[in-house]
Design a protein around this ligand. Structure first.
Ligand code: SF4
Length: 201
């Protein structure tokens, strides 16, 4: 089967790619994720995938256009359904690319993540199959997620700490102390530095 695999990130791909290859699928990857913000984070995740890709060679199509405007243009502000729209955006693009380029089926590494809404992604996949006429190949490799984490750790590949969009970044860090102003610590740093050019980050 000629399968187009939407890739959300290196971490979700790391262990399942071996499984898919073992099953005899002829896989092409498709990186398309306008939901990843900000720009340097987007670059970091592409770089992580390329590093993994060096050890696991197979054809991958990279869409490296930063999609902040595209993503924000699709989601509905103030409504609580952004993940549905985000999944749909990426799965539809994958299915359309598969259809236009002679693939037998499409799927996504989003199905391999313990952090995503697996049921919603599965349902959307089958809906898009009906709409586009391209087979949705369903897999559940969530049980490989610890192995994937081990692989990226061993290879020193960047592992993200939030889902992707600016909203998820806020949700991830809003209850932490990261980058909070800590007056006393900064004062002692300034006292210890006599060059008059202290940079506070
Ligand atoms: S939290 Fe993740 S899946 Fe949901 S909209 Fe943001 S990037 Fe997309």
């Amino acid at each position: 089967m000629k399968l187009l695999l939407h890739i959300c990130c290196a971490v979700c791909l790391a262990a399942p790619i071996k499984k898919l290859k073992d099953e005899g699928c002829c896989i092409t990857g498709y990186f398309y994720n306008p939901n990843i913000h900000p720009f340097l984070e987007f670059r970091r995740r592409i770089k992580a995938l390329k590093v993994l890709h060096e050890c696991e060679p197979f054809p991958v199509v990279y869409d490296e256009k930063y999609g902040l405007n595209e993503y924000l243009g699709k989601i509905e502000f103030g409504k609580n359904n952004r993940c549905h729209t985000c999944y749909e955006l990426r799965l539809e693009a994958c299915a359309e690319y598969a259809k236009a380029n002679g693939f037998d089926a499409f799927t996504t590494t989003l199905l391999f993540s313990k952090h995503q809404n697996h049921k919603k992604i599965k349902l959307l996949g089958y809906e898009i199959e009906k709409k586009t006429g391209i087979t949705f190949a369903y897999y559940d490799y969530r049980y490989l997620s610890d192995e994937s984490s081990e692989i990226v750790k061993r290879r020193m590949i960047y592992k993200q700490s939030y889902c992707g969009c600016i909203f998820s970044e806020y949700e991830r860090y809003k209850d932490t102390n990261r980058h909070l102003y800590k007056g006393n610590e900064i004062k002692s740093a300034i006292v210890g530095n006599n060059d008059g050019n202290t940079a506070i980050n």
